[in-house]
Each structure stands twice: as structure tokens, then as C-alpha cells.
Design a protein around this ligand. Structure first.
Ligand code: ZN
Length: 349
């Protein structure tokens, strides 16, 4: 399996995030990817592959031009406000909810930071754009590799992507790597692509991006948004809209769900993906379903991830796996590589 590794991931390293009224150290840290890389090397698994560089126009297939423009220049604007800002990250604190306007692009930087975000948990840093941009290249490269005939590829990157919408960041995500990969597979010939989101948190960004489309099916298994982030999307009654009606499937599960029950949801999602007639699959591979995750509530054990990989491989589709969440840092490497190993052992050559 080719591993598209983002060598620039550590350029994004947030200092603090807002959590329960306090600024606390970020959960989403560079060590997450470092542990996966170390485990890949320990097992001599896969071949590290440098990504191609893609034009910004490819990003605009998923993200709005005004959002991309903001993200690219946000750090410079932040520091231009006050030279002392260079020592602290930019965190939003005001948002255009409901009766407020989001069509106007304010001149004020804090106002635009809120316009283009969904929470105060996702610090924007000096290296955020460079890291996210290089991660997008990895996702696009992996999709191109699979479109050219490879059975599978793994995108090893951070910051993650599935909470990022067409025009906002949040949930530690800035550019939606899974959505970019799905679009790239479409653009390179797959008529029908499925995105399967296995992160503990609903992939609100990916769902919204494809919600009115019949060519990309989105399925997600996640903590019930009544109690779990991102709260405002991910309910079972969200089935798509317009020509996308019937092409969205949410499988929310309560906190405390164990692997046996979770695996039934996985079977249901994969059955939908088969019925849809997907020609390629993108997996948003979050490992925060692990029992030891500090901010999540499912009960999967490390060995269960081997079974997850096997189940994914049995779907028999060309597959791009994209690294998303997973905050039990010491275990995330073993858990991620277990999925890949289960997948490879079950894949037909
Ligand atoms: Zn997550």
C-alpha cells in the first residue's frame, strides 16, 4: 500500500483550544501522526510516497474561493493587526448565527475569522495553511494513484479534514481531505464514489459538501450528536436533499457503544454503499472510536481495528483511506496500522 505522508504536518501546531470555558493544550498534536509513522516503520508496512503538487484550482472544486483566500492570508493579517500576535494563535470568538448575515464579507479580521469557522477549538497558526495545503496534495495524490488502478492508498496527514465545510474550518479541520479525494476520483473517471466516515465525530463538513449530489454517497457512523460534537448535524433523518435525496446515511450511536454493535452499523453502511453502486471508496479513518480516547465515548479495542480493515477490504472497492481524528496519542499508531494491515491481508491482489 502506498502511504502519502504529509512531511509538513508539524507546521500546524496549535498552542491552546477553548474547552469547557478554559484555554487548554490542544488535543490535536503532531505526535499523532508521528506515532502512526513510527508504527508503519516498525512493521515495515507500506511504501512512503511523496505527493504531487496540485494547483489551487483543484481545491476550489470543494472549497469556496473567498474561504481559500482567507485561509491562505489569515496568519499575515493576524500578525499585521498587532506584532505581538505572532506569539499567539488566532481563535475565533464571534459567529454569524441564524439572523445575522453571512453573505457580507466584513473588513474586520475577527469578524471574518468567525464567518469562516464553527468553533473556538481550532487555533489558526503560522503554519496552518502550509500544513493543510500539503495535506490536500497528499489526499489528491492518493486519489489519483487509486484512480490510476491501485487497490488502495493511505493519506497520513494532519490537521484532519472532515469537519471542514466548503467555506469554514472547525473541529481541528481546515481543508476537507476526504472530500477532495472523492472529487478527484470523480474527476478522474469514477461515476459514483462513496465516502464512509468512521471517525467518532460526525463528518459534518463532508456531508454538507455532497448533500445535494447523487454522484457521491456519504455514510457516517458516529457518536449521537444530541450529546457529541459537532452537535448540529449528523442525525439519522438527514438523507440528502434535491438530487442528493437518498444519498446520505447517518448511523448515530450512543456513548458506550461496543465493537459488536458498531460493526453492525459498519455492515449496514457498507451494504448501502454496495447498493449505491460505488466504483471507489474514500474512508475518513478516525481512530477516536478507541476505548481509551480522551474526548470520545465508544469502546473499540486495538485488535478490533484489524477486523475493521478486513470488513473494508471485503467491500472490494478501490479505496483511499484518509487519517482523521484519534487522540489517544500513544495508541493511535497501532490502531491506525491495524486497520491498514487488516485491509491488506484481506484484499485480493
Ligand atoms: Zn473525531
Amino acid at each position: 500500500m502506498h502511504i502519502f505522508y504529509n512531511h509538513q504536518h508539524a507546521l500546524h501546531q496549535g498552542k491552546v483550544e477553548m474547552f469547557r470555558g478554559e484555554l487548554v493544550p490542544c488535543f490535536e498534536v503532531p505526535a499523532r501522526v508521528d506515532h502512526v509513522l513510527a508504527e508503519l516503520q516498525r512493521r515495515r508496512f507500506g511504501t512512503l510516497q511523496a505527493p504531487q503538487t496540485f494547483d489551487d484550482a483543484v481545491l476550489a472544486r470543494i472549497h469556496s474561493p473567498r474561504y481559500l483566500d482567507f485561509l491562505q492570508h489569515a496568519w499575515d493579517e493576524w500578525v499585521a493587526l498587532d506584532a505581538a500576535n505572532a506569539a499567539r494563535d488566532a481563535l475565533p470568538s464571534v459567529w454569524p448565527v441564524r439572523t445575522l448575515r453571512s453573505d457580507v464579507l466584513p473588513a474586520n479580521f475577527a469578524a471574518r475569522l468567525g464567518l469562516f469557522s464553527m468553533d473556538a477549538g481550532s487555533p489558526l497558526t503560522s503554519g496552518t495553511w502550509a500544513a493543510a495545503r500539503a495535506g490536500a496534495d497528499c489526499a489528491l495524490s492518493a486519489a489519483s494513484h487509486v484512480a490510476a488502478g491501485a487497490r488502495s492508498a493511505f493519506v497520513l496527514t494532519r490537521p484532519p479534514g472532515h469537519h471542514a465545510g466548503a467555506d469554514f474550518f472547525g473541529g481541528y479541520c481546515f481543508l476537507n481531505n476526504a472530500a477532495l479525494a472523492a472529487q478527484q476520483l470523480r474527476d478522474q473517471g469514477a461515476a459514483r464514489v462513496a465516502v464512509l466516515d468512521l471517525d467518532y465525530h460526525h463528518g459534518n463538513g463532508t456531508q454538507a459538501i455532497f448533500y445535494e449530489r447523487a454522484d457521491v454517497f456519504f455514510a457516517s457512523i458516529h457518536g449521537d450528536p444530541h450529546t457529541e460534537y459537532p452537535f448540529y448535524l449528523g442525525y439519522a433523518d438527514e438523507r440528502g436533499a434535491g438530487s442528493g435525496l437518498g444519498f446520505n446515511r447517518n448511523l448515530p450511536l450512543p456513548r458506550g457503544t461496543d465493537f459488536a454493535v458498531w460493526r453492525q452499523a459498519l455492515a449496514a453502511a457498507l451494504q448501502d454503499i454496495q447498493a449505491f453502486g460505488a466504483q471507489a471508496l474514500v474512508v475518513s479513518l478516525g481512530l477516536d472510536t478507541f476505548a481509551g480516547d480522551p474526548i470520545s465515548g465508544f469502546k473499540l479495542a486495538s485488535n478490533d481495528y484489524l477486523r475493521v480493515g478486513e470488513d473494508l477490504a471485503r467491500a472490494g472497492l478501490p479505496t483511499v483511506l484518509v487519517f482523521e481524528g484519534g487522540y489517544a496519542v500513544a495508541e493511535v499508531g497501532v490502531n491506525a496500522v491495524n486497520v491498514l494491515q487488516g485491509f491488506m491481508q484481506t484484499s485480493k491482489p
